[in-house]
Design a protein around this ligand. Structure first.
Ligand code: BES
Ligand code: MN
Ligand code: ZN
Length: 501
């Protein structure tokens, strides 16, 4: 795929490279330990340019003749509050963007006070640079690339971070790199169009993860029928491409430890079915498998960093298409749980897929909790825009933990309500429940209430990522349409609370 920079770590006194990045603190202050001519130059330039070291501001300088570098880039790190993990990712991303196209950049990883930054921070900087350099370019042919040379994000050849403890930084980066690879896998899957990523191809891609030590089990149509997953099957029946349910298992914890479980909506394309969607922006519905991509990316991250946790990932892969056999509005299906559902709108299909996947998950694996992710409703974009995912939960502790992991990782969530008043809105007329709430009111909440009917009181959280998985504004460490949202959030949840030391 895109060319990613190679990341290296070297001791603080290593030889300089083409570009030297220097961190500045308040009022553009740089480390006293910097070589005298460089420090003098930076101080003078900062004064002239009124550079105050504001977080993520930069000052570009040509290096003096007697310094073994071409450019000096001063980057502001000054922040009123202590920096979060995400702040360091942003800084790393900024460094990658500032040094792109070069042969190599040497980053002087030293605080303005002159202390070497911790291995963890160095690792986050490197990760930010990696994530920033991600570019989904597999369908750009050579010619197109040439025309586009100016604008195409281009990664620096290599970034060398100068740190106090090289070995410790390498170890810390190995962990963060595994998580970044999970994020980039999720981005790849979401960016991939539906003609090349149907349920069958998708399941095959997931099967490749067995090389990482993940157990992968793929259920086909007849097995889903035997399990009575009629809610999921009803969505799939309008497509010539058969459905798949994929179960991933990472067993990094103790044998007798109950697993944590993650469940994802994997609608490879959502036409809306017979309740068809308008043409405008329908192409974006290739990303309607973003929840499943986050689960797949997370499993890869956990396996890649050999997390000491038992984790289950389950994804329901279907295409919501329209042919003569497609499910009709008014059809009644019986889900695996036995609950009957009136399908009043075939475009409210994600909840039908998740209903069976969630029920199956709790019944088979008896997990500590289930977190599901789904690009479930347009209404969550109306409510929260692109900067928070909607969080719905039947368990305050799990909700708090997700909110906190969101703050650390920068993949932010905002808690939304559930309650009997909303549950009433999905009572069915001819069956137990209906798949829409009626009218536009509380569209994201009624969707969540629907899911809650299938969790059997297991601690559960639903993340509606319709606004954050794709098409969200690009930032310092993401320039891709697909963000990979959810991988770092849920990895952080596991790091904070569910893995053995
Ligand atoms: N996949 C869509 C939700 C969506 C919309 C995701 C925009 C990303 C961007 C989902 O299947 C859907 O169509 N939901 C309907 C529900 C409605 C019919 C009750 C919606 O949000 O309009
Ligand atoms: Mn839909
Ligand atoms: Zn959908």
């Amino acid at each position: 795929m895109s060319s990613l920079p190679s990341i290296e770590f070297a001791p603080l006194d290593a030889a300089a490279a083409e570009v030297v990045v220097i961190f500045a603190g308040e009022d553009g202050k740089v480390a006293e330990t910097l070589a005298e001519p460089i420090r003098k130059l930076v101080e003078k330039a900062a004064k002239i340019a009124k550079f105050k070291g504001k977080s993520l501001s930069t000052l570009d300088l040509v290096a003096p003749a007697d310094v073994a570098a071409d450019r000096l880039i001063v980057v502001g790190t000054h922040a009123k509050e202590p920096a979060t993990g995400e702040d360091w990712l942003k800084l790393g991303g900024l460094i990658a963007s500032k040094t792109k196209g070069g042969e190599g950049a040497s980053v002087r990883c030293q605080s303005p006070e002159g202390e070497a930054l911790s291995p963890e921070i160095a690792a986050l900087l490197a990760t930010g640079a990696l994530l920033r350099s991600y570019d989904f370019d597999r369908y750009k042919t050579q010619g197109a690339k040439k025309d586009d040379e100016e604008t195409k994000p281009e990664s620096p050849g290599s970034i060398t971070l100068l740190v106090g403890d090289v070995e410790a930084a390498r170890r810390a980066f190995a962990i963060e790199e595994a998580v970044a690879k999970g994020t980039m896998l999720a981005r790849d899957l979401v960016n991939e169009p539906a003609n090349t990523l149907g349920p069958v191809e998708y399941a095959e891609r997931i099967q490749e993860l067995s090389a990482e030590g993940i157990d992968v089990e793929v259920l086909g149509e007849s097995e889903l029928r035997a399990l009575k997953m009629n809610a999921l099957l009803g969505v799939s029946q309008g497509s010539p491409r058969p459905p798949r349910l994929v179960i991933m298992r990472w067993n990094g914890g103790a044998d007798d430890e109950a697993p944590v479980a993650f469940v994802g909506k994997g609608v490879v394309f959502d036409t809306g079915g017979i309740s068809i969607k308008p043409a405008g922006s329908m192409d974006e519905m290739k990303g309607d498998m973003g929840g499943s991509a986050a689960v797949v990316g997370l499993m890869r991250a956990l396996a890649g960093r050999k997390a000491k946790v038992n984790a289950i990932g389950i994804v329901g892969l279907v295409e919501n298409a329209v042919d003569g056999n497609a499910q009709r509005p008014g059809d009644i299906v019986t889900a695996m749980s036995g609950t009957t559902i009136e399908v009043l709108n075939t475009d409210a299909e994600g909840r039908l897929v998740l209903a069976d996947a969630l029920w199956y998950c709790q019944e088979r694996f008896k997990p500590k909790f289930m977190v599901n992710l789904a690009t479930l409703t347009g209404a969550i974009i109306v409510a929260l825009g692109n900067h928070h995912a909607g969080l719905f939960s039947n368990n305050d502790e799990l909700a708090e933990r997700l909110l906190s992991a969101g703050k650390t990782s920068g993949e932010k969530v905002w808690r939304m309500p559930l309650g009997p008043e909303y549950d009433k809105m999905i009572e069915g007329k001819f069956a137990d429940i209906k798949n829409i709430g009626g009218g536009r009111a509380a569209g994201s909440i009624t969707a969540a209430q629907f899911l809650q009917r299938f969790v059997n009181d297991v601690p559960w959280a639903h993340l509606d990522i319709a606004g954050t998985a794709m098409g969200s504004p690009s930032n310092e460490y993401n320039q891709s349409w697909a963000s990979g949202f959810g991988v770092r959030l849920l990895n952080q949840l596991v790091v904070d609370h569910y893995q053995a030391a």
